[in-house]
Design a protein around this ligand. Structure first.
Ligand code: ADP
Length: 261
């Protein structure tokens, strides 16, 4: 028996099978590690607002003041921490949904100009609130193939960021045009920019240049990773050019389906 096993183990096919098995188990291990890291990061992100709520409610329980406005203040803080929990959970669910629906991604013709135009309508109010000028430059109809709801989310996340990270009185410019090979959505802002050292991490899950600032702006650190995932699924590409203190420009490139007038 022993002899046979040694012989079989020595055969070329089995060796190859063994190697394949090792590669596979290494991949599975990496996948496991990535998943664990994700769960651990997500839990940490959820714990922060939860801890804040705990502290606030405990203070409320032990509070003995006559002024009702103090209670109101605490309740408002609790309310915004709950909003934050909600935002994180919504983004996490979106991430999972994008993954699970990857194989059945819609491949419908989508007019990118029309899509960007209608998405910006909802963001105009946000810009106005900060006295930010939202400028647009559109090419003619530009048809790409994909899922309009998901592509709308990409545009919304990027323009929402541009408004969020641009101080009052700034400018956000959105252009849709036909590039050399792709349809391009270019979003530039005159905002705070991104430090060069942080640029390679900008699309990572939960990454934020400034966690404290991001908390006050309501960011989850998931918006860009969601956007990138969707764009890659559409066979496209997303990149950023930025200078700290000057502003950022995001480019979303998508394969053109047709360009009929
Ligand atoms: P968040 O929800 O925090 O905005 P994102 O994934 O959308 O998360 O973005 C990740 C980080 O990238 C942000 O926290 C911010 O630091 C930085 N960032 C994204 N867009 C811009 C921009 N237009 N200008 C400056 N910084 C940006």
């Amino acid at each position: 028996h022993l002899d046979q096993r040694v012989k079989v183990r020595g055969s070329k096919e089995l060796r190859q099978l063994g190697e394949a098995f090792n590669i596979m188990s290494e991949k599975l291990e990496n996948l496991d590690r990535a998943r664990n890291e994700f769960v651990s990061n997500a839990s940490h992100e959820l714990k922060t607002p939860l801890s804040a709520i705990k502290v606030l409610t405990e203070s409320l329980i032990h509070m003995d003041v006559d002024d009702p406005s103090i209670y109101r203040e605490f309740l408002e803080d609790i309310n915004s921490e709950i909003d934050r929990l909600n935002a994180i959970i919504n983004d996490l669910l979106t991430l999972v949904k994008i993954d699970t629906e990857a194989e059945e991604l819609k491949q419908e013709p989508v007019d990118l100009v029309e899509l960007v135009h209608s998405t910006l309508k909802g963001l105009q109010i946000l810009a106005q609130k900060k006295n930010i000028r939202l400028e647009t430059f559109y090419d003619d109809r530009l048809i790409v193939s994909g899922d309009a709801v998901k592509l709308r989310q990409v545009v919304s996340n990027i323009v929402d960021n541009a408004i969020k990270y641009t101080p009052e009185g700034g400018r956000v410019t959105v252009e849709v045009y036909k590039g050399v090979e792709n349809a391009v959505v270019k979003v530039s802002d005159t905002g705070i920019g991104i430090p060069a050292k942080d640029l390679p991490h900008i699309f990572d899950r939960f990454f934020r240049v400034d966690k404290a600032r991001s908390r006050t702006t309501g960011g989850t650190g998931l918006g860009l990773s969601i956007a990138q995932k969707i764009v890659l699924q559409h066979g496209g590409n997303i990149r950023v050019v930025s200078e700290e203190g000057k502003g950022s420009t995001f480019y979303v490139e998508l394969p053109i389906k047709e360009n009929k007038q």
